[in-house]
Design a protein around this ligand. Structure first.
Ligand SMILES: C[S@@+](CC[C@H](N)C(=O)[O-])C[C@H]1O[C@@H](n2cnc3c(N)ncnc32)[C@H](O)[C@@H]1O
Length: 271
């Protein structure tokens, strides 16, 4: 009996390892970091290996995160879970964009004041307009157009509470608190923009691609979107212009008019 008891105890303790091969997006601005259940694992390059040691016959859920920096202003967190069975190897592909769960955050870089005014002119902002800035930073793209063109209202959303605090301070200084609605939030959770007649953006191509469907589906016909530099996935702009800033740099600005097709250039029309 004693012998049987010891043997059962030994079986319960027996371990078995499983190798998880993780396919990782290539390094951009920085090497992609991989975390397994919250802990960074060693390695670099497009393939990482993780050894999970489990009791024989058991399985475990691993949460694997890729912290991706495609450029020096964008951070993407891609998270997937996998059930690993003791002794069975597995593979997880983190190279594929997940439009539902990827978290994308772009760091704050302000648009210069003169470029904001140019964007307002391109959007033909009037006193009837309600302007949204998704990723509003210090709210420069709301405060200046309200002052210059007399827009009715501005709505700004930013993921960084510190930026919203600064934006609120600037709104107060400009005596525009009653015209501005400034909120902390992730713009990837915005579901309805039907209230906006103008959307001003400076958010990077990755966020732009993700926002594109909600802009296309929920903005009213005639609404204008003007983006500083970045595009909206495969939604072709109505017009793209390059303007010279007061700092002598060139700025590319894109305009989309909801319901209007891309403006054909003379050369396109001849085709
Ligand atoms: C490039 S700055 C542009 C700021 C301002 N619109 C301008 O042009 O001066 C991008 C801003 O978007 C905010 N942001 C980045 N990712 C975001 C997200 N997922 N949801 C909401 N805001 C975000 C950042 O905190 C930053 O303030």
């Amino acid at each position: 009996m004693l012998f049987l008891g010891i043997s059962a105890f030994n079986v319960a303790q027996e371990k078995s390892s499983s190798e998880i091969t993780i396919l990782v997006p290539p390094a951009g601005h920085a090497e992609t970091i991989i975390k397994v259940n919250g802990k960074v694992i060693d390695g670099e390059g497009g393939t990482r290996k993780y050894k999970a040691v489990l009791e024989k016959g058991k399985e475990a859920k691993l949460t694997i995160e890729a912290l991706i920096e495609p450029n020096n202003y964008t951070k993407i967190t891609r998270t997937k879970s996998i059930i690993v069975k003791a002794g069975v190897n597995a593979k997880l592909d983190l190279t594929i964009k997940d439009k539902k769960t990827d978290k994308i955050v772009v760091r704050w870089v302000p648009t210069p004041d003169d470029i904001v005014i140019k964007m307002g002119e391109i959007a033909k902002i009037t006193k009837n307009d309600i302007i949204y800035d998704l990723g509003c930073g210090d709210a420069v793209m709301l405060i200046l157009p309200i002052k210059k063109f007399g827009a009715k209202k501005g709505v700004g959303i930013d993921i960084d509470p510190k930026m919203i605090e600064i934006a609120k301070k600037k709104a107060k200084e400009a005596k525009l608190e009653d015209k501005l609605d400034l909120r902390v939030g992730d713009i990837l959770n915005v579901k309805d923009l039907s209230d906006a007649s103008v959307v001003l953006l400076y958010i990077g191509d990755d966020l732009g691609e993700r926002l594109s469907p909600v802009l296309q589906k929920t903005l009213k016909p005639g609404a204008r979107i003007v983006s500083h530099r970045f595009t909206l996935g495969d939604w072709a702009p109505t017009k793209t212009l390059t303007v010279k800033g007061e700092d002598s740099y060139e700025y590319e600005l894109h305009l989309w008019v909801v319901g209007e097709k891309k403006e054909l250039k003379k050369s396109d029309k001849q085709k």
